[in-house]
Design a protein around this ligand. Structure first.
Ligand code: HXC
Length: 205
């Protein structure tokens, strides 16, 4: 929304068509921008390639925001390997597939670009009961630092925002999310959680 409010055309993807359509229509209605959407499961590298190709065929992308997440709160010893994969395939593998595909296009076409990944504070602290997410977000942190060096000289900025828990519809699907919000509110210096505007405004940089 923050990008669209400043006139950016937007391309979004996700697994379910209805929320994508609703979001794209709302961005167009509110800000008069072009909004493209496509259903995509970023766990499939071939489908990611197809989506990125379609977007670049409309207009070369200028900025990529990685915000795909999957999470559940679970004692780690009770997780199955498929449970671990469900999270890490979305967060770590999916984010790499998208970043890699977009970066390849920018480099091949000698275009500048900006990559912003949304992480979480547990990349620094770790966090009990969300180990697959903590591990995967930490991996994207490593990717951010690595690509900043590798792709910076190619005029591609690579940054990340590591915020605490934010009240969103996606996060509300996680059991015990309310406990997490309360805990972070009580333990933060400002005694409040960050919100979508804090993150949205930071993302505009
Ligand atoms: C332990 C679980 C589990 C749970 C699923 N699994 N839920 N294990 N605890 N609560 C296990 C299943 O048993 C199965 O393993 C394996 O994971 C795959 O399950 P699926 O249901 O097939 O997975 P999938 O359809 O891929 O869905 C995964 C998911 C979904 C998208 C992550 O669980 C989900 O909708 N989660 C809640 C919403 C969400 O993730 N929102 C985005 C994150 S927001 P077995 O071995 O049994 O086959 C965020 C912000 C954090 O991260 C802020 C917090 C406040």
């Amino acid at each position: 929304t923050h990008f669209a409010s400043l006139g950016a055309d937007i391309a979004i993807c996700g697994r379910r068509e209805d929320p994508l359509k609703e979001t794209a229509n709302s961005l167009t209605d509110q800000f008069g921008i072009n909004a493209y959407y496509e259903t995509l499961d970023i766990r499939s590298p071939q489908d990611v390639e197809g989506f990125v190709e379609n977007v670049f065929n409309i207009k070369p992308l200028t900025g990529l925001v990685n915000n795909a997440a999957g999470n559940f709160i679970s004692p780690t010893h009770k997780l199955s390997s498929r449970g671990f994969d469900a999270i890490s395939n979305i967060v770590m593998h999916g984010t790499f597939y998208v970043t890699h595909s977009v970066g390849q296009k920018w480099i091949a076409q000698q275009l500048p670009g900006s990559i912003l990944s949304i992480l979480a504070t547990w990349i620094w602290t770790g966090s009990a009961y969300v180990v697959p997410s903590a591990m995967s977000k930490s991996a994207i942190h490593a990717m951010t630092m690595s690509l900043a060096v590798e792709w910076g000289p190619k005029n591609i900025r690579v940054n990340a925002i590591s915020a605490g828990p934010i009240k969103t519809l996606a996060a509300s699907a996680i059991g015990d999310a309310k406990f997490l919000y309360k805990w972070n509110e009580d333990h933060s210096f400002l005694k409040r959680n960050v919100d979508i505007h804090d993150v949205g405004n930071s993302a505009l940089y």
